[in-house]
Design a binder for this molecule. Structure first.
Ligand SMILES: [Zn+2]
Length: 467
C-alpha cells in the first residue's frame, strides 16, 4: 500500500546535484556534453537507452506493443537493436486512451499502489477534439526545463533579460514549459503575456515598449503580425524596440523577412508536448543541435521505416533517454525534417536537424503531388504585397471527386488590385509546387476567424472538407 497521508515535496523528489552532473544546464552543458565526440555521445546514449528500456518494460503500453511482435526483454542489448522494435504513433496513443481512460496506459502511474510524487499535466496544442494529455514526473519535467534553459543560453539569453512569452497559457504545454525553463535555468525574467486572446496585440506592444522586452518567444505568424501592427498601425519601426532575438519554432516560415522586420536574430528550435525542446540552433543558425544526451532521433521513410540518406527528408522518430512516467521508444512524430549536413562552426558534434518542413498528416496529395500547407505559407510569406496570413481549404469536386485546393491569403492594402495579385500568386504556387491551386485574396484580418491567429496559440492552416 502507498501512503497518501503526506504530500510529496518537490525539492525532496530529486537528487538535484546528481541530475545537474548527468544533464548539465546552460553554460555547463556547452562546455561538456555539447562537445563530446560522436563516439562518446553514442556510448552515453547507449547506456541511457538501456535504462530507458528497463523502465519501458514495466509499462503496459509497451508490453502489449512489443509482445504482439514476439519481442523479449533480452532481444534488445544495445541502441543498435532499436530498429528491432516497432514504432508507434499518435493513433496508438489515442487508442490507448480509449481503452484505458482517462490517460491511457503509456502514462504509467497508479494512484492505488505508487508512492505519491509531484506531477504536472499539459497537453498537445490540438485544434480539433480533446487535446492529448501528458503527465510529467519530477525527473521528466526537470530535464525538460534544463533543455529549455540550454536552448535559451545558446540563443543569447542572459540573466536579467526580459523575455516576453506570447504563447498561450493553459492546457497546451508551450507557455508553461518555457516559463519554467526561463525561471529555473536562465536568470532572465519571463513576462507571460500569452497569446493575442490573453493580451490583445496593442497591449502586448505597450508592454514590450514599457518593460523593455529583449527577446520574444511565440509563433512566427503572430510575431510577424505584431511587427506589422507596430509598423502599419502605430507608424513605428519595430527595430526601434531593440529586440535582440526572436526565439521560435520557425518551421518553413521565412527567416530573412522576420529578421528584417524586427532587426533581430531569429533562432529556430524543435519541441513537442511529450518531450519539450529536442533541439536548438546555436548562434550560428546552422541547423538545430539535437540534445543528444536526452534523445535519440531517427529520420525514416515513413512507408518503409528505413533510414533516409543523411540530409534527405523523412519523418522524425523520437526515442527519449530520460523519461520516467511515459518514455517514448520509436515514436513516429509525423514531423518531417532532415539531418543538417556539414559541420557547425560552434564545434559541437551533436547531430543537427534542418527545419521542420511540415507534418506528414497535414500532407495533401493533389493530382499525385505532395503539398504541405507549411510550404504554401513560405511562398506567401515572400510576397511583399501580403502579410503572410493564409489558410488552405481542400475539398472534393465534380463527379469523380477530384481533390481541389483553394488558398486564401491576406493582402496588406485593400486598395490593391486583388485579381492581379491572385493571378500572380497562383503562378508562383504553380511554379514552386508544380500543381494548380486556386487563390483568393482577402483584406487584413479577414482570415482571423478561420486561422485563430489572434486567439489561439496553435494556428490553423488547413481546413479539410474532403468526404
Ligand atoms: Zn552550432
Amino acid at each position: 500500500m502507498n501512503d497518501l497521508s503526506k504530500a510529496p515535496y518537490y525539492y525532496q523528489s530529486l537528487d538535484f546535484q546528481k541530475l545537474w552532473l548527468d544533464y548539465p544546464p546552460g553554460k555547463d552543458y556547452l562546455g561538456s556534453a555539447f562537445l563530446l565526440s560522436a563516439d562518446e555521445i553514442h556510448d552515453m546514449q547507449n547506456s541511457r537507452f538501456l535504462h530507458q528500456m528497463q523502465r519501458a518494460w514495466q509499462i503496459p503500453f509497451y508490453q502489449r506493443l512489443w509482445k504482439t511482435k514476439g519481442i523479449e526483454a533480452n532481444d534488445i542489448r544495445s541502441l543498435d537493436d532499436l530498429t528491432l522494435l516497432p514504432s508507434f504513433s499518435v493513433h496508438d496513443l489515442r487508442d490507448s486512451i480509449e481503452r484505458n481512460p482517462p490517460w491511457g496506459d503509456l502514462i504509467n502511474i497508479d494512484p492505488n499502489s505508487d508512492q505519491p510524487m509531484p506531477m504536472v499535466l499539459q497537453t498537445s496544442g490540438g485544434t480539433t477534439g480533446l487535446p492529448r494529455p501528458m503527465i510529467y514526473s519530477p525527473i521528466d519535467r526537470e530535464i525538460m526545463n534544463i533543455n529549455t534553459g540550454r536552448r535559451l543560453y545558446m540563443q543569447g539569453v542572459r540573466p536579467f533579460d526580459v523575455i516576453q512569452v506570447m504563447l498561450s497559457l493553459g492546457l497546451s504545454n508551450g507557455g508553461f514549459l518555457v516559463r519554467e525553463g526561463i525561471w529555473k535555468y536562465s536568470g532572465a525574467i519571463p513576462v507571460m503575456t500569452g497569446s493575442g486572446a490573453q493580451t490583445p496585440t496593442n497591449r502586448q506592444i505597450e508592454i514590450m515598449r514599457a518593460w523593455k522586452s529583449k527577446h520574444l518567444i511565440g509563433f512566427p505568424a503572430y510575431i510577424r503580425k505584431v511587427g506589422q501592427v507596430i509598423q502599419d498601425q502605430l507608424g513605428m519601426d519595430p527595430k526601434e524596440l531593440k529586440i535582440k532575438s526572436l526565439i521560435l519554432h520557425l518551421g518553413v516560415d521565412d527567416r530573412a523577412s522576420l529578421e528584417e522586420l524586427w532587426g533581430a536574430k531569429v533562432y529556430d528550435t524543435y519541441g513537442t508536448n511529450e518531450c519539450g525542446s529536442l533541439s536548438a540552433e546555436c548562434e550560428y543558425q546552422n541547423g538545430s543541435h539535437i540534445f543528444e544526451d536526452s534523445f535519440f532521433l531517427e529520420i525514416l521513410n515513413s512507408d518503409t521505416e528505413q533510414p533516409v540518406a543523411h540530409g534527405e527528408k523523412g519523418v522524425v522518430y523520437q526515442t527519449t533517454l530520460f523519461k520516467h512516467l511515459a518514455p517514448l521508444i520509436r515514436f513516429n512524430s509525423n514531423d518531417i525534417s532532415a539531418f543538417a549536413t556539414g559541420e557547425c562552426p560552434c564545434g559541437s558534434k551533436h547531430k543537427r536537424l534542418n527545419r521542420i518542413f511540415g507534418r506528414s498528416d497535414n500532407m495533401i496529395k493533389l493530382r499525385g503531388t505532395n503539398v504541405f500547407p507549411e510550404a504554401i505559407g513560405s511562398i506567401i510569406g515572400l510576397n511583399k504585397l501580403c502579410n503572410g496570413e493564409f489558410i488552405c481549404i481542400v475539398e472534393n469536386q465534380g463527379a469523380n471527386h477530384e481533390e481541389k485546393m483553394t488558398v486564401e491569403f491576406e493582402v496588406l492594402d485593400e486598395k490593391l488590385d486583388k485579381k492581379e495579385i491572385e493571378l500572380n500568386m497562383a503562378n508562383q504556387l504553380k511554379e514552386s509546387l508544380g500543381v494548380k491551386i486556386q487563390t483568393i485574396a482577402k483584406n487584413l484580418g479577414d482570415l482571423d476567424h478561420l486561422t485563430g491567429l489572434s486567439s489561439q496559440s496553435k494556428i490553423r492552416r488547413l481546413i479539410d472538407k474532403r468526404n
